[in-house]
Design a binder for this molecule. Structure first.
Ligand SMILES: [Mg+2]
Length: 172
């Protein structure tokens, strides 16, 4: 059975539970990381020590990292600067341009890259279309635009389907 382009390769409850040893063993060397609701809730600008050390740990473990967001330059730059990592704003995920740009920033072939994000219809669909490894995390904050909330309902249904037909495992 052909895997759905909406189905992530891995699904965790949060960035902090991602098994970095497992990611390493899959030969992933670069991570493209979504901003809103993946590493920070919407409309939040405060970078916690926990988040800073998570990024620091990624870099110490040899991962190349880039923050990618459909949000505007202002927020993305502010957060990425605090985390001292490169960034792409106005990414227009799921379209492939920003994914291509990220492979250049990370200077890695796409077979070594994974995206980490909270949205099936932007992060996961975009990553799978582009042909990179995809990691879904649960969204941090339920307060979102109405269209995102609608998509969330669909996302939940699809995730349940992928889990029940054995395509996906929820790893907490
Ligand atoms: Mg997001």
């Amino acid at each position: 059975m052909k895997k759905s382009k909406l189905c992530p390769h891995l699904y965790y409850s949060s960035i902090y539970t991602i098994d970095l040893d497992k990611i390493k063993s899959l030969k992933i060397k670069g991570l493209i990381i979504d901003l809103d609701n993946t590493i920070l809730p919407h409309h939040h600008f405060i970078v916690s020590e926990e988040l800073k050390s998570w990024f620091k740990n990624l870099i110490e473990r040899g991962f190349k990292v880039c923050v990618i967001s459909n949000n505007s330059a202002y927020k993305v730059k502010k957060i990425a600067d605090k985390l001292q990592v490169p960034f792409i704003f106005n990414a227009v995920k799921p379209l492939p341009w920003s994914f291509r740009k990220a492979t250049k920033i990370l200077s890695l072939d796409k077979k070594y890259i994974a995206i980490v994000g909270d949205q099936m219809f932007t992060d996961i669909l975009g990553g799978n279309w582009f042909g990179i490894f995809t990691i879904l995390v649960k969204p941090m904050n339920p307060y979102e635009h109405w269209w995102t909330r609608k998509l969330r309902i669909l996302q939940k249904k699809l995730l349940n389907k992928f889990i029940s037909n054995g395509e996906l495992k929820y790893l907490y």
